[in-house]
Design a binder for this molecule. Sequence first.
Ligand code: URA
Length: 496
Amino acid sequence: MSAQELLTVTLEAADDLGGFRAAMRSLLQQGVEPGRVQWQLAEAAERDLFEGPPAWAGAPPAEGRIEAPVRLPAFFVPLFERAALHADPARHALLYGLAWRLGRERALRQDPLDADRLRAEQWAREVRREMHKMTAFVRFRPVNAAGAEGSAEVTHIAWFEPAHPIVRATAPFFARRFAQLRWAILTPERCVRWDGRALVFGPGARREEAPAADAAERLWLTYYENIFNPARLKVAMMTKEMPRRYWKNLPEAALIGPLVTSAHERSVRMVEQGGTEPVHRRPATSMALRIDHRAQAQTHAAPGTLAALREASERCRACPIGEHATQAVHGEGPIGARWMVVGEQPGDQEDLRGRPFVGPAGQLFDRALSDLGWPREALYVTNAVKHFKFELRGKRRIHKTPAQQEVLACRSWLDAEIALVQPQMLVALGATAARSLLGRPVAVMTERGRWLQRDDGLRVLVTLHPSALLRLEPADFEAAYAAWLQDLRQAAAPPG
Ligand code: URA
């Protein structure tokens, strides 16, 4: 190759990091000056990721002068991995030039103000930010796939328009987060599908290929409207976190305008309404109940019935929670129910109404039951802890997770319910319920969707608490909800 000859390197695609890295390494080793290299991308139309041309074409001929391998400083690798994914067409030339200079100009390693380094770092920052935004703003929509158990058929599809070619680099996040679903993300530049075992990449798609909004999305919008807190609205912060260019693909963005407009009026109404007040229905009985509250409780209902249990637990002061709650909230459902579903503790609404799972978490639970086709009346629904534990913030009662000792203090009420109802299976919603039922700490995210066994032989299916889903970012809700349903579905088909 003559010293003046121009060399064209053709990379497979905008996100062809492997090809770019290999080409750079080879060019550096052969001492090809940056000014002699032209970088280009293969025609998108001719691209086939699996059977297409080799990672890079136009490699320098082998007779070129081979130099000692160039040692690049440690900071260059992560910088390269992100800056090379910037959409700027000058990135390949600049990064190759930077690598060339880093191999020759030792002072450059100590010069963070070098213009090329600054530009590459700016690109890397923009790419990282876009990757983060993708994890936050991808919205999966369910599609009607056959959905057979274990099938690789895609059940959730999202459309996203990244500003940089980041799909390959960001896809592993979604594989980890939504491992149990079969999903696909379509973008104009690159599509990716998760079949439960591996990520499969393909060329870009058109927006029309992504599914339209459906009933589940409308339901999500209702949640969004309900969880939107007008008193905490900060428009500038919101648009900084959720830049407007993402809005056209965010279903909830349509609500932002009206919610912002009505925020002031809603805050005023919230303040006027005040908080919910606990209403003590019964005077607390003595702390002597601490030892065996079941034996010592004086009940009017027929002994050995759920009604007697309810009445007795009402007076329980084996831990301090009962002192402040309105009432004990016992389980609901028929004796002999096949499934007993156990939550953590009553929330604000449950405390006031004396019934389990009737507040926001209960509404999501009811939605799941309806999606699964399970009538709630057939289940026995209860909690590990029978009184509402809260902290007063102003006039509001804010849920507080019960301490381990408080859960233990309530265990005998739950055991008594199990003994009376005699369910065939237990479903633990969240870590508190799982720990109470199994008598050991349970890592819900690891053990979810699996059948575990108690010492008495009863099987327990562990999954997330619905409140955990309600706390998720909107972007994560749909897919997490679908994964939750998958967990719950196991309860209908327990191992033999
Ligand atoms: N959360 C629970 O765990 N139980 C309820 O009854 C309500 C919310």
